[in-house]
Ligand binder design. Structure first.
Ligand SMILES: [Mg+2]
Length: 362
């Protein structure tokens, strides 16, 4: 059953433009012909009447699903959840996905539910671009497999998972050696002009992080790049992120520090991050993420939470509503889906992810 056509995302008006908002360094501006850049306020414009439609008036259908991953991710080979078919303001089908990770608590699950309801009632934001640049995601696989993965989808940016899992490999030196080899292979596959970021998922101690980042930067240079774009969640605690940020020159991105608590202010107060990684599903939806982006003014990378393509489409809608910060978004996880809830999985083409009508098969 089709979701919505790409035309749904077209910007029809110009409103809310205002000057003075800080744009991140490297922002490339609007190069996507035919779209109006409405500014931040425009990004929040809800579709007409969407906010007036009471939830109790919307009939909904719930479809449990299970999809298989082609590569182990976050220790998982399967994702399960529920698809929710609701109705948008224009009467068309609207789909949401509720698929929180098993270790999420009630508060975290509630935020995910809010995100699913936002999508299932057609309240995703209006786009200000036709596509977004997307990073390839490289899980803990061999260097050769990692290089092949980068080439397959043509991404100019790659995010390499590093630092673990320690449970499977408690020897941190062996883990770092494997990380370094994988980073160098990915850097070589990206070629000159490519961008490489790493994500440690908070697995390093403060003492480990400095040396590990230094080794990984050297590996990226050995692979032909200028260095690494940023390191995502190198340490678990906000205090350690802040301390590390004061010591190293590589930008730091916060992910788990935001996603697990939803407490953006704690990260800001500690000056713990240069970049915010926002995952719409665990953070309560697209508009919750856009509000964080507006309030903080920091560069934003919208990322999926390893959802099926229905959840991924909501994350893509969030990214499409943001001005270009010159950073690829973390929406390449469709490449890790061996099976999906739709007939045509959302995967990047030449490094770009473009919205399309989703034919739900779950
Ligand atoms: Mg992360």
């Amino acid at each position: 059953m089709a979701c919505r056509s790409p035309d749904w995302f077209a910007v029809s008006g110009q409103e809310g433009a205002r000057g003075g908002k800080r744009r991140p360094a490297g922002a490339s501006g609007d190069s996507q012909a035919g779209l109006v850049q409405p500014g931040w306020a425009g990004a929040y414009r809800l579709r007409e009447a969407a906010t007036l439609r009471p939830l109790y008036a919307v009939p909904m259908e719930f479809r449990p699903f299970s999809v298989t991953l082609s590569k182990r991710f976050r220790g998982l080979t399967e994702r399960t959840g529920v698809l929710i078919r609701g109705t948008g303001p224009d009467g068309e089908d609207a789909w949401g996905e509720y698929s929180p990770f098993a270790d999420y608590n009630a508060e975290q699950r509630n935020r995910w539910w809010m995100a699913a309801m936002e999508a299932a009632t057609g309240r995703l934001p209006v786009a200000v671009r036709h596509f977004v640049e997307t990073a390839a995601i490289i899980p803990d696989i061999s260097p050769d497999a990692a290089a092949a993965f980068v080439r397959e989808f043509g991404c100019r940016t790659a995010k390499v998972k590093v630092g673990g899992p320690r449970g499977a490999d408690p020897d941190s030196r062996a883990t770092l050696r494997a990380d370094v080899e994988r980073v160098e292979a990915v850097a070589s596959a990206l070629g000159p002009g490519g961008r490489l970021r790493v994500d440690a998922n908070g697995s390093w101690t403060l003492a480990e992080a400095g040396a590990a980042i230094k080794a990984i930067e050297a590996a990226a240079r050995a692979g032909g790049l200028a260095g690494i774009e940023y390191v995502e969640q190198p340490c678990a605690s906000i205090g350690d992120l802040a301390a590390l940020r004061r010591r190293i020159g590589v930008p730091i991105a916060a992910d788990e520090s935001l996603r697990l608590t939803g407490d953006v202010d704690a990260v800001l107060r500690a000056e713990a991050a240069d970049i915010l990684v926002l995952k719409p599903s665990p953070l309560g939806g697209a508009h919750a993420c856009l509000a964080i982006a507006e309030r903080t003014g920091l560069p934003i990378v919208i990322s999926s939470a390893m959802e099926s393509s229905v959840g991924l489409a909501s994350a893509l809608a969030t990214a499409l509503a943001l001005p270009d910060a010159g950073l690829a978004h973390g929406l390449g996880t469709g490449t890790l889906l061996a099976t999906d809830t739709v007939a045509d999985t959302l995967v990047p083409v030449d490094g770009r992810l473009t919205p399309k009508a989703l034919s739900v098969t779950a």
